[in-house]
Design a protein around this ligand. Structure first.
Ligand code: ING
Length: 308
């Protein structure tokens, strides 16, 4: 296929007390709506099965582990995989992964239209902090609960389309999109859970956060001639606001569809992936234009070194 109807299934708030069955039922409702509207693939958010638990300080690892999945699919999510298979719709969603070796990742999987998992990605850019931070209005403990992803940035050919995954904070780092762009990516799916306010800088409000999210997604799309679907978990979770702003962006950086609410909301875009070719063979023909002999700092240096 070089043309797919891509749906973004933005999720509204998931409360700490909401169990996975209740959430999966909401995800299936959105899947049914998407299929009825002709969707070939549905993109769900980061940590789609639970509340954004990294906002909570949990000293007891046994409690932390209750937010993680040890298998995928599993009892709670099998109905989603089966319904997607029956509807011939591919899906991608994020969840907290606990491996058999006892390692914890912020993970996303992607299926084909037969409900088979074809790809897995583990979030590489983890924001936040490890120890309880009394200076913050609320905690953001992703660095405490997750390891940095160990699988790298990869692509998979799904229904004939070159697809890659990233998660939330990854969208703020151009390296994410370029690593996928250098593999010929035509669709990047990015689920996110982004607090509406900054826990450290209360002056940064929702409009600025929405702007930065969309700016990052549009830049990634344009500079790598790829479609991008950035899909939120939004709404007020136990008193903590997460922003919406889900969008599907075309290879020229234009927004094709945008969510209007902070609830469960479906957005759709008819994506003709042949539209990626122009950018990849002209302005962003990487082979013709990139000068890697001058890019060494990007992989040899982590932080800023002031030499002047
Ligand atoms: N959330 C936020 C994100 O990157 C954040 C954290 C918000 C970082 C705003 C910087 C600015 O969208 C997650 N889960 O990464």
């Amino acid at each position: 296929m070089t043309r797919m109807m891509i749906a973004g299934a933005q999720l509204g708030a998931i409360q700490k007390a909401d169990n996975r069955d209740k959430v999966v039922a909401r995800m299936i409702d959105l899947l049914n709506e998407a299929a009825a509207k002709g969707a070939d693939m549905v993109v769900y958010p980061e940590l789609a099965l639970t509340t954004f638990f990294p906002r909570w300080y949990m000293p007891d690892q046994a409690e932390v582990d209750t937010w993680f999945e040890t298998e995928m699919p599993n009892h709670a999510t099998m109905p989603l995989f089966e319904r997607a298979r029956d509807l011939n719709v591919a899906v991608t969603f994020g969840y907290a992964e606990l491996t058999p070796e006892g390692l914890h990742y912020n993970t996303s999987i992607m299926t084909n239209r037969r409900g088979e998992i074809i790809g897995k990605y583990r979030k590489i850019h983890l924001p936040g902090h490890v120890e309880y931070d009394t200076t913050r209005a609320f905690q953001h403990m992703e660095k405490r609960y997750f390891l940095p992803g160990d699988l790298g940035f990869n692509v998979w050919r799904n229904e004939g389309v070159v697809m890659g995954m990233a998660i939330c904070n990854d969208r703020r780092w151009p390296e994410t999109f370029r690593c996928l762009g250098l593999q010929g990516v035509e669709l990047v799916t990015i689920g996110y859970n982004t607090p509406s306010v900054n826990s450290q800088m209360s002056v940064e409000g929702l409009p600025q956060r929405l702007f930065h999210s969309e700016l990052s997604l549009q830049a990634g799309a344009y500079q790598n001639a790829t479609f991008v679907a950035g899909i939120a978990k939004a709404g007020l979770e136990d008193g903590h606001p997460l922003m919406g702003g889900s969008v599907i962006v075309d290879p020229d950086g234009f927004v094709l569809a945008r969510a209007e609410t902070e609830e469960d909301e479906l957005i759709l875009a008819d994506c003709d992936f042949s539209k990626c070719a122009f950018g990849k063979t002209t302005i962003f023909d990487f082979e013709r234009h990139r000068r890697i002999e001058h890019y060494g700092r990007i992989t040899s240096q982590t932080g800023v070194i002031l030499e002047v």
